[in-house]
Design a protein around this ligand. Structure first.
Ligand code: SAM
Length: 280
């Protein structure tokens, strides 16, 4: 018995199914079910919710999410070696776990879930930021999800919750804070994972706001902020030179000093700039 369910301990599952960790798939597994239950709890009240999990691997967090009362878990896993282990969990929780074999960047997850939806994942680091940006930038708001509870490298987590003006402030913080609230809810040392990665990790909890703090086109904001912070030491009139021939005038129209650097510009001004650029 594992403690949170009647399934075998994860070390046995891994040995039985030959799940040696693959670096190319970002595989750093959580084998302590107390820890996975704690992460599942930090996702909020799961009862009555469908939960999207990316990269369930051998299923430690999946088991936590189901034990915490998720109505259904839809889990997308790229590594087909994990499917038999996940099938055992599906059998222990009849009708509550759907496993999709595929790449999370390509699967149309929304078609498999009913609201209210929460997302909870120990993400593969190679696709974590891309997925977060996609979840934060649908054109319409509120999004399909209520909250995101996601594992990141500690340094990436700091960039998501960074305060304006700080060194870590950039595209991730702006997008996360534009229409949501983000905070770090748990720190995990590298040794919590098997195999241990080189860096420490943290769980970030993101809650969707009912509406954006300032209006702006999502794709336009995401692109202009990416360009601005890509060359964060440069003045904005240089880093955004390719954006419009009259970028200085556009910056001024948005209330931004063209000689300013990206990290000194507020979210409100970046939203104004995205609106001005969208009028082109
Ligand atoms: N959730 C498990 C845990 O906590 O032990 C595994 C986490 S491990 C950090 C990341 C998982 O994501 C692996 O199982 C890996 O195979 C899977 N993965 C990697 N790239 C993926 C992708 N593009 N789409 C879906 N799953 C992916």
């Amino acid at each position: 018995m594992s403690g949170i369910d009647s399934l075998p301990p994860l070390r046995e599952v891994i040995a039985e199914h030959g799940l040696s960790a693959r670096k190319s798939l970002g595989q750093n597994f959580l084998l302590d079910l107390n820890l996975t239950a704690k992460i599942a709890r930090s996702a909020g009240d799961l009862t009555g919710c469908d939960v999207l999990e990316i990269g369930p691997g051998p299923g430690g967090l999946t088991r936590g999410l189901l034990a915490m009362g998720a109505r259904r878990v839809v889990a997308i896993e790229k590594d087909t070696r994990c499917l038999p282990a996940l099938q055992q969990i599906a059998e222990a929780y009849p009708g509550r776990l759907e496993v999709i074999s595929g790449d999370a960047l390509e699967v149309d997850w929304a078609a498999h879930l009913n609201g209210p939806i929460r997302v909870c994942a120990n993400l593969p680091y190679n696709v974590g930021t891309e997925l977060l940006v996609r979840w934060l930038t649908p054109e319409t708001w509120p999004p399909l999800w209520q909250s995101l509870t996601l594992m990141f490298q500690r340094e990436v987590a700091e960039r998501i919750v960074a305060a304006p003006g700080s060194k870590a402030y950039g595209r991730l913080a702006l997008l996360a804070q534009w229409r949501a609230e983000a905070r770090i809810v748990m720190d995990l040392p590298a040794r919590a994972f098997t195999p241990p990665p080189k860096v420490n990790s943290a769980v970030v909890h993101v809650t969707a706001l009912p509406e954006p703090r300032y209006p702006a086109p999502a794709e336009g904001l995401s692109k202009v902020v990416a360009a601005a912070f890509n060359q964060r030491r440069k003045m904005l009139r240089s880093s955004l030179k390719g954006y419009a021939p009259d970028i200085e005038a556009k910056l001024e129209e948005a209330g931004i000093d063209p000689t300013a650097r990206a990290e000194t510009v507020s979210l409100e001004r970046f939203c104004a700039l995205a609106r001005v650029l969208a009028r082109r």
